[in-house]
Design a protein around this ligand. Structure first.
Ligand code: 3PG
Length: 217
């Protein structure tokens, strides 16, 4: 369900663009643009660059400026300062490992759609209180995996999840076949060794395989 890339994006649009959102860790700004081009060539446009390295913001900026086919988002957004810096660097959406009202407000202030991270029913209820119905389930495998999502589908029938953490090509389809899963997140699309070797063909192939995952009806 490809969306128009211009204008503000909703969290649901970010989730529904492709089956997988790559969780990306970049240590070298020179890797950012060729990596993003490889992902886009493979059919993945929503790119979560995590704020885990000193180079992350410069990488986002380079992708936002030089890869018009990509939508760059910021991962590991933990504070209002993170949200402000990510928006300034050109991020269009944010993903957080947990949820606080401060982060939610900062993302709204900066025009970033947010996928807040949750791992418990109480955290889901706090995010719902603030209007978030599209949530990241993190860390998905460690916190209960597909069985947890099935249990949540009863009381939280109106919530869509992006499970992230321990999702692999081997279990992605099981998650994606659940009615309350809109997409999954995973780091496997951008392996550290492929980045180090400049193996953009590998990243493109992994993106193509991920973008072609077909949900079970
Ligand atoms: C993370 O925060 O690192 C993501 O959840 C990715 O987890 P993964 O490496 O298990 O895909």
């Amino acid at each position: 369900m490809a969306v128009n890339l211009s204008g503000n994006l909703t969290a649901l649009q970010v989730m529904q663009d492709a089956p997988v959102i790559p969780v990306i860790v970049l240590h070298d700004v020179a890797h950012a643009v060729p990596m993003a081009r490889a992902l886009v060539a493979g059919g993945i446009r929503m790119l979560e660059v995590t704020l885990r390295t000193p180079q992350a913001l410069a990488c986002m900026e380079a992708i936002a400026k030089e890869v018009p086919g990509a939508v760059v988002g910021a991962g590991t957004v933990r504070s209002a300062v993170d949200a402000a810096a990510a928006a300034k660097a050109g991020a269009r959406f944010a993903v957080s490992p947990g949820y606080t009202k401060t982060v939610g407000q900062a993302c709204r202030d900066h025009g970033l759609s947010l996928l807040p991270g949750v791992a418990t029913g109480s955290e889901i209820m706090m995010a719902l209180e603030d209007g978030y119905t599209e949530l990241k389930f993190f860390p998905a495998m460690q916190a209960g995996g597909p069985a947890m999502l099935k249990a949540w589908s009863g009381p939280f029938f109106d919530v869509k999840f992006c499970p992230t953490g321990g999702v692999t090509p081997g279990n992605a389809l099981e998650f994606l076949s659940l009615p309350n899963v809109a997409c999954v997140g995973g780091s496997w699309l951008v392996p550290a060794d492929a980045l180090a070797q400049g193996d953009w063909a590998c990243i493109e192939r992994l993106a193509r395989e991920a973008s072609q995952i077909q949900r079970k009806p």
